[in-house]
Design a protein around this ligand. Sequence first.
Ligand code: NAD
Length: 281
Amino acid sequence: MQIIDGKALAQSIREQIAEETARLKADRDITPGLAVILVGDDPASHAYVKMKAKACKEVGFYSIVHEMPETITQEKIEETIVMMNQNPNIDGILVQLPLPEQIDTTRILELIDPKKDVDGFHPYNFGRLMTGLDAFVPCTPLGVMKMLEAYGIDPKGKNACVVGASNIVGKPMAALLLNAFATVDICHIYTQNLAEHTQRADILVVGVGKAGLIGADMVKEGAVVIDIGINRLEDGRLVGDVDYEAVAPKCSYITPVPGGVGPMTIAMLLQNTLKAAKERA
Ligand code: NAD
């Protein structure tokens, strides 16, 4: 069994991005710029945005965070996005989710210029991803594909199972595996006999948000197991959706939580922002 070290891989990607950013500045006088909209006081959202802003600074990007109160109106957020769409110094626009109840999230995401949609949540980019065209791909599933590639794991011809079918994690993950010629099962809350699906998987990717969902009896001997889930236990520990201690001995490869998919997500956000900046150039 080999542990897929997302932290180390993300670090090396960040170093490459810093080098490319310096070159882009020197050769074309372009500094990649990321703008983030952060609404309300949710501590987790604030922590994520802080990490993203710090990562941008480290690789030499320009980044700004627009903080807005919980009571903000739809119109105000839309005005800000229109302004960001028009700002030539901003290559990537990210709206930290979730947004408050009074806000129509779909309308907000659809207003972002698809060329600046570094989270890959716009239906335009999702459609391009599904059709196998160049697109901005959501950072978490893109990070998973990078990990597979870095460890020489080719999905072609393999049985893959994705547990969790959200628009930002499970569905794009399944599309990427399908584009890489895996045979893909997509499971969700209404899937009956989840274990029947997971047991067939050569590559099992889990992104649900339920600690202990995947036990050893649900995993095929020698499988590659990628755990996207993040759950905070009562004792403060951070764990994934996979029962790591029980499952790891059965795997050929497994990602830990923390230190697996999480760091790759931020590295892919930087990569997408650099891609947008290069396309501007
Ligand atoms: P979500 O709540 O939008 O979607 C959860 C999905 O899991 C849904 O499709 C639902 O049908 C399915 N599901 C729920 N219970 C299930 C069950 N018992 N069996 C099978 N399927 C079930 O969540 P999300 O935004 O897709 O995030 C999923 C998890 O991934 C969360 O833990 C989140 O914190 C984590 N996440 C991690 C990263 C990262 O960088 N590592 C990034 C994004 C999300």
